[in-house]
Design a protein around this ligand. Sequence first.
Ligand SMILES: Nc1ncnc2c1ncn2[C@@H]1O[C@H](COP(=O)(O)OP(=O)(O)OP(=O)(O)O)[C@@H](O)[C@H]1O
Length: 268
Amino acid sequence: MRGAGAQDPKVRGLEAKGITVRYGRRGVLDGLDLPPLRPGEVTVLAGPNAAGKSTLLRAIAQLQPYRGQVLLDGADLARMPAQTRAHAVGFMPQTLPAGSSLVALESVVAALRAGGTIPARQADATAMAVMEKLGIAALALEPLSALSGGQRQMVSLAQAIVRDPRLLLLDEPTSALDMARQVRLLSELRRLAGEGRIVVAVLHDLGLAAQWADRIVLMHGGHTHASGRPDEVLTPALLAQVYGVTARVERCSQGRIMILIDGEHAPA
Ligand SMILES: Nc1ncnc2c1ncn2[C@@H]1O[C@H](COP(=O)(O)OP(=O)(O)OP(=O)(O)O)[C@@H](O)[C@H]1O
C-alpha cells in the first residue's frame, strides 16, 4: 500500500478532460471528456460534420484555445515548453497551408527543425528517410504547390511524423488518398502505434475506422457520445442517434464490419 502523500504513478497515454471550446458565442465542445487513450492504440474520432472533431484535435495539439485539461503521460500539454511539446506531438492538418514556395523535402526538413536546431545534412537525411518509408521519395524536389491533393497529404504525414512524436494527431489523413495509399498510410499508423505511440485520427469513412481502429470515439453535440471497440460503437442504434441514418451493420469474413446505409432515419 502506498503511503500518504505518495505520488500517483504517472498515467501513460493521453487524457482530455472537460474540454470546452467556444467560437464567439457558439459553443462547439461542451466539457468533452475522452477515455484515456493508451500507447499502442489507434483511436478514430468520428461524428457528423461540424461535430467539433477538428476543433478537438487542434485543442489537444494546443493550436486552439480551450478550457479543460490535456495530459500526455501525466504532463499538462498546455504547460509544456513549446520545444518539448514539438517533440512530443505531431499534428497533420486537414489541408496543408496553400501558397508555400518550398519543395516537399524542404517542408519536411522545416517540420523537423521546428523541434530544435539540427545540422543541415542530418536534417536532410532524416527527412529523406521518412519520405522513403512513405514511398514519396520521388517527390522530394517537387514544389508543394505542384503536388496533387493525395501527394500533399502524404507529404503532410511525413511532416507530422518526422520528429518521431509520442502523440500523433491526424485530421482526415486519408481524404485525398486512393485505396492503395489509404492502406499504406493506415498501415504506417498501425506500425507507429505498435511501437508505443498514441495515434488519434479523424476519419469519416467508418469502414476504414472499423478495419484499422482499436477504438472509435463518436462525437455528437459537443460531447463524447460513445466510445469503445469498433464492434461496440458501430451499431445501428448509435449510428441512428449520431448521424440520423438507418444503417445495417454486417459482419463479413475475418471479423470485418461493413456498414450499409439504407437512408436517412425517420424521426419518431
Ligand atoms: N475558426 C472558426 N471560427 C468560427 N467557427 C468555427 C471555426 N472553426 C470551426 N468553427 C465551427 O465549429 C464547428 C465545429 O467545426 P469542426 O471543424 O471542429 O467540425 P468537424 O467535426 O471537424 O467537421 P467536419 O467533419 O465537417 O470537418 C462548426 O460549426 C464550425 O463552423
